[in-house]
Design a protein around this ligand. Structure first.
Ligand code: DCP
Length: 496
């Protein structure tokens, strides 16, 4: 595939002719690929072993290798297939989850605008039956926000008097599946593609969600079924519920419904009825501000009662009635602490993390337990500061953290260790980008095939921009390539 430097466009435009692209080939400094650019420098064995990532120790998946050897299979199931992009997204649960998240954010924003203008004119916004809206998309649904906060971020309350709740379904996909399989409640269950004994001990099927009973065996979301079976040979599997055929005896009506979408809309409908502000985090998770309500309850409550926790339990009960599923709620005066409180609240509970307890709660945790800090921050901290434990990092100066992790991350971490977080809920943050990214099943044998595919991706991005009613100003192109030491066929197979 041709990858050229931007000067190709700039110089061509300046000279008024399309200059030969070969003079502008982009060559990354560490290129080891022989297909274009500077010639590859052979890697020495010592260099290879020091940079070999763990996945490279796997061999190519033998099923994938056999399938890929057949041209007709390759033509039908990889990026050269004419309908590959549609098929890829139709079958990608992560795509559905990220699309719903974007749609929920839009719906929340629209509801806020409507509520504020309706309030001003004395009108009440119309409420649709969110739960029965058809199709895969969430668009077309209308939320009603009952008590929006005006002048966001300028509330009269002191930061420590704010009340933020982090509401999250417990093992969302599993809970959704258990609704029609109550006999599996209390058992180690996972949701994945392989069912029953299918997939065998070598199954690469990924676990999307696992019950809390399965977690007791060390099973986690994202693990392969093969690994899970090693930890718990009697593990039970449940299918996804993206498409569910529903027959209503009342209306003699049958239709395809998406259980996750239905539950998510019911959950958001309950939260919207209480939230002064709401940030949609994902299909099964949201942050709400309920400062005014809790302060009102506080004024009337007995000294022995925690009105914030009582209110959280009311919300949990309402969601349970609406969905049949458990959500857990973490409560505190900022986003960071309410997210951490949810760890203790789960499963099926609520927990109020008070300011006085925050540092002791945080001390035994590690950097990657904090939202927004990943593996790389953890590795840097261990390498440069000798530890990733937050209790130990509490003894380091702000300057030491900034030197090791960079100014922004260091500052945020210094505050987080002390339970300080001044972020406000992002309910009205406009969407900044629309993208199409595919990192699976990409196999080309010629430049022409790659060019056709890039055009198809561009069409997909345009469609998404149209759906979101947005225009773009700049384009970022991301090209990923296989690590030269990784197996040609990854451990996970592209079988759809
Ligand atoms: N999900 C997925 N694949 C993953 C992780 C998650 O498909 N690797 C889906 C299924 C999950 C849902 O997203 O049910 C929500 O993810 P969470 O990370 O919130 O995990 P759970 O809801 O399953 O469990 P928890 O109770 O820890 O929130």
């Amino acid at each position: 595939m041709k990858v050229v430097r931007p000067e190709w466009l700039v110089d061509s435009a300046a000279q008024g002719v399309l200059l030969p692209w070969q003079d502008f080939i982009y060559t990354p400094p560490d290129r080891t690929d022989a297909t274009q650019g500077r010639k590859a420098r052979p890697l020495h064995t010592a260099e290879l072993s020091s940079t070999t990532p763990s996945y490279a120790s796997h061999d190519s998946n033998p099923f994938a290798q056999r399938a890929m050897a057949k041209p007709e299979w390759r033509n039908a199931h990889t990026s050269v297939a004419p309908d590959f992009i549609q098929g890829y997204y139709k079958n990608s649960r992560l795509h559905h989850l990220s699309t719903w998240k974007a749609e929920l954010k839009d719906l929340v924003q629209e509801a806020q605008v409507r509520a504020e203008s309706a309030e001003a004119s004395g009108k009440v916004a119309a409420e649709e039956d969110a739960a029965t809206a058809g199709g895969v998309s969430m668009r077309g649904v209308e939320f009603v926000m009952r008590s929006p906060t005006k002048g966001k971020g300028k509330a009269k309350e002191m930061p420590e008097d704010r009340v933020i709740m982090h509401c999250d379904f417990d093992c969302f996909f599993v809970s959704a599946g258990l609704l029609k399989r109550p006999e599996l409640k209390g058992k180690p269950v996972v949701v994945c593609h392989s069912q029953g004994a299918q997939g065998g001990g070598g199954s690469t099927s990924e676990i999307a969600s696992c019950s809390y009973e399965a977690r007791e065996f060390g099973i986690k979301n994202g693990m392969s079924l093969q690994q899970a079976r090693k930890l718990c040979p009697t593990i039970l599997t449940m299918p996804y519920e993206f498409e569910l055929y529903v027959f209503s005896t009342v209306f003699a009506l049958s239709e395809w419904r998406n259980r996750y979408k239905q539950l998510s809309l019911q959950f958001y409908t309950v939260l919207m009825s209480h939230a002064e502000d709401l940030q949609a985090v994902s299909v099964d998770e949201a942050l709400i501000e309920v400062t005014k309500t809790v302060n009102r309850l506080r004024a009337k409550a007995k000294i022995t009662v925690d009105p914030a926790k009582e209110f959280a339990e009311t919300i949990r009960a309402q969601v349970k009635r609406a969905t049949g599923c458990e959500v857990s709620i973490g409560i505190s005066h900022n986003i960071l602490l309410s997210r951490l409180a949810t760890r203790k609240a789960k499963p099926a509970g609520s927990y109020h993390l008070m300011e006085v307890d925050a540092q002791a709660f945080i001390a035994p945790l590690t950097i990657s337990d904090l939202h927004g800090f990943g593996r790389s921050a953890k590795e840097k901290a261990v390498e440069k500061l000798g530890t990733a434990c937050l209790g130990e990092l509490a003894n380091k100066s702000r300057a030491a953290l900034c030197d090791a992790l960079g100014k922004a991350t260091g500052d945020t971490l210094y505050n987080a260790i002390r339970g300080i977080d001044d972020k406000i809920l992002e309910s009205d943050k406009p969407r900044k980008s629309v993208s199409c990214e595919i990192n699976y099943g990409i196999r080309f044998e010629s430049n022409e095939q790659a060019e056709v595919f890039v055009r198809q991706m561009a069409t997909e991005v345009r469609k998404r921009l149209d759906d979101a009613q947005m225009l773009g100003r700049s384009i970022t192109v991301k090209v990923m390539k296989r690590d030269p030491t990784a197996p040609v066929e990854p451990p996970k197979v592209c079988f759809y």
